[in-house]
Design a protein around this ligand. Structure first.
Ligand code: BGC
Length: 737
């Protein structure tokens, strides 16, 4: 079967859009059709003329609303057929009101918060004339060296699926033609997160079984949520770069999943097919990309240059072109652009308004993860506190707290931590401030004395450390992922004063914190928290709210453990805590087999520093009495797994309750644990609640050796707890009938 043709499209689906697209297609010249398949960067030379001549279907990176309206006017009134433009932009975690980076939002484990963030971003972006965002990025990311982990929703297929779908709903709203709805784009299809050594653009080798079980589920979930477009990945997948990958784009996306939207290449990715060594010429690259089913070319102009001749020679059929163009036109009709192509910003809520800021603050509040809190250092009490020392390069930097992919956000809107502490302190306690270092990468120590002095004089030192925005994101990968520059030395200097230390980390990735952890009393991981990072973080530090974020990705102790993720396979030689030896404990001239024969690193053991799903609260949550509704269920049935959760501490707080499952035996080996559900539960002190999850046997399916999706009868374990290390488990069996 070839790509679904619009002519063969399901008449039930968007009949009028489909019909209008078809009518229009019938009137188009080949050149106009190819024009629709071409996306051009805003501001490029000759753009106005190209739009008039119908040589452009979409413009990206133009955000001036007058210019966008002018481009739409040219397209509507001065091009022969009056086809409006798709205006694309990377609106990744906010437009002007910036939300936490996606990895931070994932730490909220809160689909409603994530959906709201995308809806705010869509509303603001649309008010500038943008009708298409290149988000959500739903690449499974298990390598924190990769800078793009910041844009991802973390390591887990289930969490990424649920939150990615929430983003799609947020961007697209109920209907694409409503105010505040823009088209979303599921990217980067597929497997980009597996780039070797966490190096951006690098090669990926992913067995098909793993591709289907780990990397594809979030894309299927985005599709099920109605995502309008897909973007192909830059990367080479098993020898076939994704922009020319027929297996991905045709077999999986069109034939198996019946995708009815369109696929855009990534930036210049069709041209890069030749750089990969996959094609010899631009022309061949165009042939491979169209054969694979890349409907629109981003940035490079090769479709316009080579498709006419390829069609003339019969190498690309006009029917193929029609299918692709129809995919694009259909979306333009769905967005209502033919009827309403222009934007009047006056019809929209003000940018960065109070509600949007409040939504950004709530997202940041739920995104922060409390990693350590010895002796209940946190929350701080403004009643008993005499003075705080605020130290560090990220305490008062409205730009760096925004994170990567902030093309349109402006630091002047940012509320920093220092500002928020001043606002909270009023006359009640003294705030002393010393930046200590000019930037996170600074290698000088000339600011240390000042910082040490104020720490010595204060009741607590609040250190705002981490990474600047530029150290994560596209093409910004690191081989070491520790605190850069002299930050650890700054911690040492402050620790020497004996003043308790609270570290707030802002970063675009998990950092290796093992060496600093023992030197400080508390660590709050805030990712890059966005415009409202300051007030959110300060509310958490002072206990206005209890932290409730949970890690969406495992934190390694050392870089050498990467990739380290919770849903690993068991291996034939799984390690245990009793069976491992640390490198410093090995006897001299020890015999070869004296260390046991299991899968661990001599210098790092086998556990992460913090596991997936981990995050502390100011209260203590206790789990007990896990139970299943039946010991045995039949394929096709649903089982209920439940447990009692008690807030055993003394403050009200939210907990993210997590359900994990293990399929003990499989036609292909199954992970030791897989997340299958989660819920946010708020409990008052002393309150308890029975938390239950319904699990259908279909949710336990996986792709087997023959690449067939099956749920296999057999024994399963189920855990409920507050992170992936939970030990509270029960079991059940699935039988055939
Ligand atoms: C990135 C995409 C992005 C595109 C457009 C590329 O470099 O890989 O994620 O959407 O640029 O800016």
């Amino acid at each position: 079967m070839s790509q679904q043709s619009c002519l063969a499209g399901n008449p039930e689906d968007n009949r009028s859009d489909e019909g209008r697209a078809r009518d229009l297609l019938a009137q188009m010249t080949l050149q106009e059709k190819i024009g629709q398949m071409s996306q051009v960067n805003g501001g490029s030379a000759d753009l106005h003329q190209a739009v008039r001549e119908g040589r452009v279907g979409s413009v990206l990176n133009e955000v001036n609303v007058e210019e966008i309206n002018e481009l739409q006017r040219l397209a509507m009134l001065e091009s022969r057929l009056g086809i409006p433009l798709l205006i694309g932009r990377d609106v990744i975690h906010g437009f002007k009101t910036i939300f936490p980076i996606p990895l931070g939002q994932a730490a909220s484990w809160d689909p409603a918060i994530v959906e709201r963030g995308a809806a705010v971003a869509a509303m603001e972006a649309e008010s500038a004339g943008i009708n298409w965002t290149f988000a959500p990025m739903i690449d499974i990311a298990r390598d924190p060296r990769w800078g793009r982990i910041a844009e991802s929703l973390g390591e887990d297929p289930h969490l990424s699926s649920v939150l990615g779908a929430a983003m799609v709903r947020g961007f697209q709203g109920e209907r694409l033609d409503q105010q505040g709805s823009i088209a979303a784009c599921a990217k980067h299809f597929a497997g980009y997160g597996a780039v070797e050594s966490g190096l951006d653009y690098n090669t990926t080798n992913i067995p098909e079984n793993e591709l289907r079980n780990v990397y594809m589920p979030p894309f299927k979930a985005a599709l099920d949520a109605g995502v309008a477009t897909f973007m192909s990945s830059f990367s080479d997948l098993n020898g076939v770069p994704c922009a020319g990958n027929e297996f991905l784009m045709k077999q999986v996306l069109r034939q198996e999943w019946d995708f009815n939207g369109f696929v855009v290449s990534d930036w210049d990715a069709i041209k890069e097919l030749t750089v990969h060594g996959f094609t010899a010429t631009d022309r061949e690259a165009v042939l491979e990309a169209t054969d694979a089913g890349i409907d629109m070319e981003m940035a490079s102009p090769l479709y316009g240059q080579h498709l006419p001749a390829l069609v003339e020679e019969g190498k690309v059929s006009e029917q193929q072109i029609d299918t692709m163009v129809c995919n694009i036109l259909r979306l333009k009709f769905q967005l209502g652009l033919f009827d309403n192509p222009y934007t009047n910003p006056g019809h929209y809520p003000r940018l960065v308004n109070a509600q949007h800021l409040q939504a950004a603050k709530e997202a940041a509040l739920r995104s922060c993860v409390l990693l350590k809190n010895d002796h209940q250092t946190l929350p701080l009490s403004k009643q008993t506190l005499g003075s705080v020392a605020v130290i560090g390069p990220l305490a008062d930097d409205g730009y760096e707290q925004l994170g990567t992919w902030v093309f349109d956000g402006e630091s002047q809107h940012s509320h920093t931590c220092l500002q928020a502490i001043h606002a909270l302190a009023g006359e009640e306690f003294e705030v002393r401030w010393s930046q200590g270092m000019a930037s996170s990468r600074c290698r000088k120590q000339d600011g240390f004395d000042d910082a040490v002095q104020i720490a010595r004089d204060s009741d607590v030192a609040l250190m705002f450390l981490g990474e600047e925005s530029i150290l994560s994101g596209e093409a910004h990968c690191r081989a070491e992922i520790d605190l850069p520059g002299n930050q650890e030395q700054l911690i040492d200097a402050i620790a020497a004063t004996g003043t308790p230390i609270v570290v707030v980390v802002m970063a675009g990735r998990p950092l290796t914190l093992q060496s600093v952890l023992d030197k400080v009393d508390a660590v709050l991981y805030a990712w890059h928290p966005g415009t409202m990072g300051g007030p959110a973080i300060v509310d958490l530090l002072f206990g206005v709210e209890a932290p409730s974020g949970k890690l969406p990705v495992s934190f390694p102790r050392l870089v050498g453990q990467i990739p380290i993720y919770y849903s690993k396979k068991n291996t034939g030689r799984p390690p245990s805590h009793d069976s491992i030896t640390h490198i410093d404990e090995i006897d001299g001239k020890a015999a070869q087999t004296s260390l046991g024969m299991s899968a661990f690193h001599l210098d790092a053991g086998f556990t992460p520093l913090f596991p997936f799903g981990y995050g502390l609260s100011y209260t203590r949550f206790e789990y007990s009495d896990i139970a299943v509704s039946a010991d045995r269920i039949t394929l096709g049935d649903t089982i209920e797994v439940s447990s009692t959760l008690v807030n055993a501490g003394d403050c009200a707080a939210e907990e993210v309750v997590q359900l994990y499952v293990r399929d003990l035996v499989g036609n292909v080996t199954r992970p030791v644990k897989e997340l299958k559900g989660f819920q946010r539960v708020r409990l008052e002190p002393g309150q308890s609640q029975r938390v239950s999850f319904n699990l259908h046997t279909d949710e336990l399916s996986f792709y087997n050796r023959k690449m067939i999706q099956v749920t296999e009868p057999g024994m399963f374990h189920a855990w409920i707890g507050g992170n992936s290390d939970t030990e509270l488990w029960t079991g059940f069996e699935i039988v055939d009938s």
